[in-house]
Write a protein that binds this ligand. Structure first.
Ligand SMILES: NC(=O)c1ccc[n+]([C@@H]2O[C@H](COP(=O)([O-])OP(=O)(O)OC[C@H]3O[C@@H](n4cnc5c(N)ncnc54)[C@H](OP(=O)(O)O)[C@@H]3O)[C@@H](O)[C@H]2O)c1
Length: 249
């Protein structure tokens, strides 16, 4: 099958490309840093690359053009980033860039896929365990973007079902994963992280099994289950402490 993966130059996106390529699929790899993308392309043995900045309309539109031309049967919206800090420490420009990549580009690409996709086609949107939480102090914009991804994907899932569509849509919600994410966001994880290799294999396996919400790792699943019994204000205060530790190492 033909696949298109955004965020393919590193971390979870690159490792998902590896898994798909090893399975014999043709992988079109998308990210913004051309040099990183070329290196990843060699390592993955991909099918094609497209270097575009998904924080711009122009970048997202180029991906959509390519999608309309190539009609990949599998599309994975993985590109995304976060930025640690109080609301007045992270610049508005950086926050808007984040909303553009994590939300707007993902939304536009998903909608373009739904124009042509049919039976045995897959869309996998990468959210985060952040998207299942009430909010994320010190990463507020990031958590909000991932809530959008979770909510949008689940809504589309039900609409597809009602239209008897055979398109499969899933949302990946990992906890901490060992990638470049922290370096980009400017923080450290204070709790243990899973390997990107494990998360990627798990995600692809569950996507093909048509699982709707994919949460890798037992402790993350348990954390998600039990957090719903904690009052919201207490949970936010606990999360602030965890995020504050991340910032300070
Ligand atoms: N690591 C975690 O703990 C974790 C947990 C839950 C969810 N996630 C999610 O997993 C996804 C992948 O993150 P990761 O952990 O693998 O981090 P990563 O190693 O930093 O990978 C992020 C990818 O997104 C791409 N990207 C960022 N900004 C872009 C832009 N403006 N235009 C095009 N591509 C862009 C990067 O490519 P370039 O550098 O080439 O632009 C890179 O390939 C993200 O959506 C993240 O929110 C991560």
């Amino acid at each position: 099958m033909k696949c298109l993966v955004t965020g393919a130059s590193s971390g979870i996106g690159k490792d998902m490309c590896k898994v798909l390529s090893k399975m014999g699929h043709e992988v079109i790899m998308v990210s913004s840093d051309e040099d990183k993308l070329k290196k990843a392309f060699k390592a993955v043995k991909g099918y094609n690359t497209l270097a575009v900045d998904l924080s711009t309309n122009e970048g997202a539109n180029k991906v959509i053009e390519l999608i309309r031309k190539e009609k990949p049967e599998i599309v994975i919206n993985d590109a995304g980033f976060g930025a640690f800090g109080f609301y007045d420490e992270v610049s508005l420009d950086r926050e808007m860039e984040m909303v553009s990549v994590n939300v707007l580009a993902l939304h536009k690409i998903t909608k373009a896929c739904l124009e042509y996709m049919g039976e045995n086609n897959y869309i996998l949107n990468v959210a985060s365990i952040a998207g299942l939480m009430p909010g994320g102090p010190l990463l507020s914009t990031y958590y909000a973007t991932k809530s959008y991804v979770r909510s949008y994907t689940l809504g589309i899932y039900e609409e597809l079902k009602k239209k008897n569509s055979k398109v499969n849509i899933s949302v990946l919600c990992p906890g901490p994963v060992d990638t470049n994410f922290n370096k980009v966001a400017g923080g450290l994880f204070s709790i243990s992280s899973l390997s990107s290799d494990y998360v990627s294999k798990y995600a692809i396996e569950k996507m093909f099994k048509k699982k709707l919400i994919i949460i890798p790792g037992f402790s993350v699943k348990m954390g998600y289950f039990f957090q719903r019994f904690v009052p919201t204000k207490l949970l936010l205060s606990m999360m602030f402490k965890v995020q504050h530790k991340k910032r300070n190492g």
